[in-house]
Design a protein around this ligand. Sequence first.
Ligand SMILES: [Zn+2]
Length: 316
Amino acid sequence: MQPMYSRSAFSRRHFLASAAAFSGAAGWLSGTASDAAEPKPFSFVFFTDPHVQPEKGATEGVKQAFAKVNALEQRPDFVITGGDLIMDALNVGMDRVQLQWDLWDECQKTLEVPIHHTVGNHDVTGWSSKAIVKPGDSGYGKAIFSERYGQGKTYRSFDHGGWHFVILDSIGQDPVTLDYKGWIDDDQLAWLKADLEKTGTQTPVILVTHIPFYSVWHQVLKGPAFPLDGKALVGNVFEFRKLLALYNIKLVLSGHGHISERIQFDKVVYLQGGAVCGMWWKGPVHGNPEGFVQIDCHPDGSFQDRYISYGWKARA
Ligand SMILES: [Zn+2]
């Protein structure tokens, strides 16, 4: 198959549409018809919390991280972002929102493989009690993300190499304060139920959610009784975990905490993928450097993950 994009000239819509088409059930990067019947191992990159902004060299940092992805010895078939692509759209004016998205586009153009996006809280315009952009204003909420980066949606799924990938939208909104909260809404859960039914109980599944389902780092660093608010974790996982348990979920990828954390409970690994921006471009997070995760998937449903630093040095 010919390369599905040109590095210098592609529209984002075309690029993403191609990425999706390319990731069909028989979607090998350089596959043939016979390959489709016999899945081979493949690799992808989970690239979360880049938080691009004009300050602190962040744009160069994201490009440096993409250059590292482009140069990986084992070339990934695609990248999945874990959200919070930009520093913040919650509490800034529309000019600043647009500036950050333009910087993101400038960075993304340098990536040489397809990319799929997950929405993060900081990618949502104005969902904050301190918002400058208000309900009813143009670009409020998830409109920019879904149009430019989500193929018109904020959640979706695709198949690749015998695996099923589900990109979730974990950003809910408190109806009173208008702040974001970790939540998968009912419409999405109905879609997820149907999507998993269609996938069946044998296919290995990877879920991607910006806000984690579970996390332990607060308890490690702040004590066992430290209370988590509704922004730290997805609040209704407890209600839909029984649905997930019916299927062959192997891995739940998340971002949000900027922590590199790996929890295994029963047969599922919950991996929080560190952060491309580290501590908001101010340095490593508890000793973990700025980086991303590469994951190798095998046809038998096994996988390996490794955290990869791209060698960023924080600027003053
Ligand atoms: Zn976040």
